[in-house]
Design a protein around this ligand. Structure first.
Ligand SMILES: CCCCCCCC/C=C\CCCCCCCC(=O)N[C@@H](CCCCN)C(=O)O
Ligand code: ZN
Ligand code: ZN
Length: 478
């Protein structure tokens, strides 16, 4: 019986063994993808030449995907790509795999090798996009290519959506794909996107790596603060200038953290599930959050990453003022980038920010904002979560902890809430704090072995989604 109760013939399972030639081909394909500088500089400035070249590139390196009769390909929003893999059992609800083509800028400074060289050194492929997110894109396409070459016919239909402007909003890529699928009446069983990893070394005292599948993602708000003053001669300055007033305002925002929201959400569930992995007394503390919640909330504040998991963060990212050395500045402007905790809303955070600044001379303008994403299910009935968990256990047998969490950044998946309630953000890659800092930073790199494993993961995931039954709970979790 199929998952929806229908009899269906299946193609036999194919082991994820890749020949030496295939392994070389797949890593060279990733290097080629890194060499195409698909940079999004701003929502108005994308490298469209590179995006067009990327479209040609995927046609060249994944010919079977483009030639297969049961796969329909279309270009959306000029540079994004949507693939529909029909699947032999149309009664099964489709799912969707997401990745994005664009990358953030990468000036050469500070890199050990040029960021768009795709050079291999000491077993690592270097370059912008090796973790965010051409690794996922190429692994999804590569896994499908390899399955098709082996004559695998997927049973459950699925989509692959490759957005071209994720790094600057996703409005012309993911948002258009989402609208297109909605207009076609498509509802998805689940979505898998970037946004979390197998985390290694992020929590002091926790030696064991664990997989975190993000089941929600923070909201965001870009807030412009502005102070206007009458300009004049700097030789007889007023007591306060627009620069002084605005500096004090943004400093208050920076010095006054938003409330710690650690409580009932996915992070509480994650820590409870991790409790037994900690040495005494942390194991006891984390197993008794009804008593130690205040202590644990404060403990989470102690480093920047875990802090970001328990509260709305406030980052002062831009400041502009002044026209000439001897002119009292008529206007000062600052931009504050806030990442909103899943337990709060844009309106609540805006009010808190105004209360913290508490100065009527400072004007507030919301440039753009969206609420946090709903929490996707992670129970035993949640197909997407369970398929990921099952695939993690089989591809990474050494990982016996899989926990739900939240994504502190934003992803294209937020444009798809109209199509499914099951949105899971997970990149099957080991990530250490140094690797985390390389994302949007310098020396972003992936080991050849990690990339091969990522291809294997998707190869297995697609086949797991075609299985007869829901994945069984892992022994460790019973
Ligand atoms: C208790 C567990 C400790 C967990 C530690 C968590 C470590 C965090 C790991 C991974 C997070 C990586 C997030 C990657 C996704 C970010 C994608 C991104 O950069 N998106 C941009 C979108 C910009 C859109 C324009 N508004 C962004 O968020 O800025
Ligand atoms: Zn990304
Ligand atoms: Zn990014």
């Amino acid at each position: 019986k199929g998952l929806l109760g229908k009899e269906h013939e299946r193609t036999p399972r194919i082991t994820s063994h890749f020949s030496q030639k295939e392994r070389v081909t797949m890593k060279e394909a990733l290097k080629g993808a890194i060499q195409i500088p698909t940079v999004s500089f701003s929502s108005k400035e994308l490298n469209t030449t590179a995006l067009t070249e990327f479209g040609r590139y995927i046609r060249k390196v994944f010919p079977t995907v483009f030639q297969t009769s049961f796969i329909q390909h279309e270009v959306v929003g000029e540079y994004s790509h949507l693939f529909m893999v029909r699947g032999s059992d149309p009664s099964l609800q489709p799912y969707m795999l997401l990745a994005h083509i664009d990358v953030v800028p990468a000036p050469d400074e500070g890199w050990d090798v040029p960021p768009f060289s795709g050079l291999e050194r000491d077993g690592f492929i270097y370059g912008r996009g090796t973790l965010d997110n051409k690794n996922s894109l190429m692994a999804i396409m590569q896994a499908l290519e390899l399955l098709l070459i082996r004559n695998y016919i997927p049973r459950r239909p699925f989509f692959i959506a490759l957005g071209h402007d994720e790094e600057v909003s996703g409005v012309n890529g993911a948002q258009k794909i989402s609208a297109l699928l909605q207009a076609r009446g498509i509802q998805l069983a689940f979505i898998v996107d970037e946004g979390s990893f197998i985390l290694d070394g992020f929590i002091p005292n926790l030696k064991k790596p664990f997989a975190m599948i993000s089941v929600s993602e923070k909201g965001a708000m870009n807030l412009m603060l502005q102070v206007n003053m009458t300009p004049g001669h700097s030789s007889a300055p007023p007591k306060e200038t627009s620069i002084g007033i605005l500096s004090a305002a943004v400093s208050r925002l920076e010095q006054t953290p938003m409330p710690n929201m650690f409580g009932d959400g996915p992070m509480k569930m994650a820590l409870q599930q991790l409790a037994n992995e900690f040495p005494f007394p942390a194991n006891i503390i984390l197993s008794n959050l009804w008593l130690f919640r205040p202590l644990v909330s404060r403990w989470m504040e102690r480093n920047d990453i875990t802090n970001a998991l328990v509260r709305t963060t406030t980052a002062l990212t831009m400041f502009n003022a002044g026209v000439k050395v001897n002119v009292i500045p008529p206007v000062a402007q600052a931009i504050v980038n806030l990442r909103i905790d899943p337990a709060q809303t844009v309106q609540e955070v805006l009010k808190l920010a105004k209360d913290i600044v508490a100065d009527d001379r400072v004007q507030f303008q919301v440039l753009d904002a969206f609420d946090p994403l709903p929490v996707s299910p992670s129970d035993y009935q949640a197909l997407g979560y369970q398929l990921l968990r099952q695939t993690i256990h089989s591809v990474f047998p050494e990982i016996n902890i899989v926990v739900p969490g939240i994504c502190i950044g934003n992803t294209d998946s937020r444009h798809y809430t109209n199509l499914t309630t099951g949105i899971y953000r997970f990149n099957p890659i080991y990530l250490q704090p140094q690797g985390f800092r390389s994302i949007h930073g310098i020396n972003e790199k992936i080991s050849v072995q990690a990339y091969e494993t990522q291809v294997k993961f998707i190869f297995e995931l697609i086949q797991n989604a075609d299985a007869d039954r829901m994945p069984a709970p892992h022994l460790h979790e019973l």
